[in-house]
Design a protein. Structure first.
Length: 160
């Protein structure tokens, strides 16, 4: 996740994010509170690269920021709305909101425990990780690298 996060963060340093149109709009099932949050902050979402179609109480995503790769689930957008509802949008902290969006997108796109990767993919990921400004933690503070000393390995295999 950290690799994607830093790469996406570098791409998002501009004021607005580029967006990509969806071939099929993604309908959203929103609570009344989420509908209000979206309506109140529609301009901010558009600045982040989201296209939102509103037809009465029906909402659909028509475009997403270019930084979002793979398929987008409506739960991602609902999570984003909930996060914004908790913290509120602030013009003085738009960069913080953008980095939170990037953190959420990179988390969704990251290789997870249990995912299969080839040896080539794993090596490429480690190479990219080592080139990062902060390769040691993800944006949420979890470690990405841990050190196991020889002594620790021997202890774990009951060799000490």
């Amino acid at each position: 996740m950290s690799v994607y996060y830093e790469e996406l963060l570098h791409k998002a340093r501009e004021k607005t994010m580029s967006s990509q149109q969806l071939l099929i709009p993604l309908p959203l099932r929103l609570t009344p509170r989420e509908m209000q949050t979206l309506s109140d902050n529609l301009e901010h979402f558009e600045n982040f690269g989201f296209g939102v179609e509103i037809d009465g109480d029906n909402f659909a995503i028509t475009a997403v920021p270019m930084l979002i790769t793979g398929s987008l689930q409506s739960g991602f957008f609902a999570d984003l709305l909930d996060k914004i509802d908790q913290t509120g949008f602030s013009k003085t902290s738009l960069y913080d909101h953008k980095t939170e969006l990037i953190a959420m997108a990179s988390c969704k796109a990251a290789v997870k425990g249990g995912d299969s990767v080839t040896e080539t993919e794993a090596k490429a990921l480690v190479t990219r990780l080592m080139k990062m400004e902060n390769p040691f933690t993800c944006p949420h503070g979890r470690p990405t690298i841990v050190e196991l000393t020889r002594q620790e390995l021997e202890r774990r295999f009951k060799r000490s």
